[in-house]
Design a protein around this ligand. Structure first.
Ligand code: PMP
Length: 439
């Protein structure tokens, strides 16, 4: 039996990426991965946005190899080690000024989901309140508490899944305004609505333990919230005494063109969740939060693999490179170039309804024909066909968003102008061939 068929037969039906990208991948460097037949792919998925410095970055790899070769502890629960000390100092130095002195760090089981769990638990413990507010389109993870805060219902489709205790609020998705406006008043309507829910003694919704938000929704379809909206959300959470948790799992460490996505708006949340790029490509996750919230007690968020030293060593090395090479600034420039190119492609292809993003977190929404007043319906079938055609052409992109209709570009932050040009060319060819085949 073919090796890929074998894996498909024995692996869970819930597997994901391997269903679309059906190859054996054997090698990777920088922005490229190679399959067993030697074919190269431009990787605009980068392990779901984890590999900010690309595959096998020489400095990060060297730091890991040196550490492996030392006699230092390779796993250490949450014990003190030199690797942890260096990591904590390196991370704190990158936090926005307003968080450096006042923050505490909770090391979590090494996934974004577990760090979200920790942040929600912390807020519930501190406030003594039960419910959480999250947003339509939100993605915070697959463990029970984080899943409950997810907008997409697909992964919640099993009896007994914890879906209660979370109230969902309208995210400022201007292209498909949840209030039916043309997008120009989405931000104000969303903020007024949230303010009203929290103020109205008869809103039917109790004051929550926290509001959790992504500054740019990732899996929900790459939807950036405006800086004005983020500032207004911060102001109203202060006004109503509701802790604000910003989930920077996908946006943190340079992805959006600033070290953190909150830096665009200059807001300071009560808690910030980090993972993905944090460990320089190795599993690591933390919650950084205001020390005033630190009322929980020892052991209230334990976990065996919170001391992943390799993640800390690789993370320290990666963060140093991101700062030294001024990667966020580069990301802003490269992101603008990428978006411009995609907008040019959109002007030639009617199936592309919207191109949006922040930095190198970019989404292209595929739609059925719309009217002047309204965008067409999300076309997930065509988006999937484009994704598969991209893969055929040697470009890896993932889909997300409503009905899976948004093609999401999350390349390594070190992607060059030439590679962006190549990605655009491969993408347009894929759009053209998928359109021809499907319409
Ligand atoms: N929050 C956000 C914003 C994410 O994008 C993700 C993962 N895509 C998570 C949380 C969950 O992280 P993990 O998959 O590591 O559990």
């Amino acid at each position: 039996m073919d090796k890929l068929d074998y894996l498909q037969r024995v692996e869970s039906s819930a597997r994901t990426y391997a269903n679309s990208f059906r190859k054996m991948f054997v090698r990777a460097q920088g922005v490229r991965v190679y399959d067993a037949e030697g074919k190269a792919y431009l990787d605009c998925l980068a392990n779901a946005g984890t590999l900010g410095l690309g595959h096998n970055h020489p400095e990060v790899k060297e730091a890991v190899l040196q550490y492996l070769d030392s006699q230092q502890l390779q796993q250490a629960l949450d014990l003190a080690t030199p690797a942890k000390l260096e990591f904590v100092e390196t991370l704190i130095a990158q936090l926005p000024m307003g968080m450096r002195e006042s923050s505490k760090i909770q090391f979590c089981g090494p996934t974004g989901s577990d760090a979200v769990e920790a942040a929600l638990k912390l807020a519930r413990h501190h406030t003594g309140r039960l419910s959480i507010m999250a947003f339509h389109g939100a993605y915070h993870g697959m463990t029970a508490g984080s899943l409950a805060a997810m907008g997409n219902l697909h992964a919640k489709r099993a009896p007994g899944m914890a879906t209660s205790g979370v109230h969902f609020l309208p995210y400022p998705y201007r292209y498909r305004c949840p209030f039916g406006s043309d997008g120009s008043s989405t931000d104000t309507l969303s903020i007024n609505y949230i303010d009203n829910v929290l103020s109205d003694p008869e809103s039917g919704i109790a004051k929550p333990a926290a509001i959790i938000v992504e500054a740019v929704q990732g899996e929900g379809g790459c939807i950036p919230a405006s800086v004005e909206w983020l500032r207004a959300l911060r102001a109203l959470t202060h006004k109503h005494d509701v802790p604000l948790i910003v989930d920077e799992v996908q946006t943190g460490l340079g992805r959006t063109g600033k070290m953190f996505a909150i830096d665009h708006a200059g807001i300071i949340p009560d808690a910030m969740v980090l993972s993905k790029m944090l460990g320089g490509g190795y599993p690591l996750a933390v919650v950084v939060y205001n020390r005033e919230l630190d009322t929980w007690k020892s052991g209230m968020h334990a976990g065996t693999f919170r001391g992943n030293q390799i993640g800390m060593v690789a993370g320290s090395s990666a963060i140093r490179v991101i700062e030294r090479d001024n990667i966020p600034y580069r990301v802003e420039k490269q992101g603008a170039l990428f978006v411009d190119g995609l907008k040019r492609i959109a002007s030639r292809h009617a199936s592309i309804g919207d191109v949006r993003g922040r930095g190198l977190m970019i989404g292209v929404e595929i739609t059925a024909p719309g009217t002047e007043a309204r965008p067409g319906a999300p076309d997930g079938t065509l988006a999937r066909a484009i994704k598969l055609a991209c893969f055929e052409n040697g470009l890896i992109v993932e889909t997300g968003g409503r009905d899976g209709a948004v093609l999401r570009f999350l390349p390594p932050l070190i992607i060059s102008e030439t590679e962006i040009g190549e990605a655009l060319e491969l993408f347009e060819r894929a759009v053209a061939s998928a359109e021809r085949a499907m319409r």
